[in-house]
Write a protein that binds this ligand. Structure first.
Ligand SMILES: [Zn+2]
Length: 75
């Protein structure tokens, strides 16, 4: 798996892959966000939860590196 993350497209800070679970369902999701807390992409990261954790990771990384405009989901 290619886990190389491009720097944040907004501020150029380092990006970080995170894994978590939805509290209600324990369904795993992954997201990539900017590590700069002042950046809009620090809090506005889309969640990827449609597959296994490994696939979610890959989807999140791919989306970040392609800078896809995916609306953030809040559950
Ligand atoms: Zn940023």
């Amino acid at each position: 798996m290619d886990a190389t993350l491009k720097p944040c497209p907004v501020c150029g800070s380092q990006a970080e892959l995170k894994e978590a679970h939805y509290l209600e369902s324990e369904r795993p999701y992954s997201y990539v966000h900017c590590t700069n807390e002042a950046c809009t992409l620090n809090h506005n990261a889309p969640h990827f939860s449609n597959s296994t954790e490994a696939k979610n990771d890959q989807d999140a990384i791919t989306a970040w590196n392609q800078r896809l405009e995916t609306p953030a989901l809040h559950h």
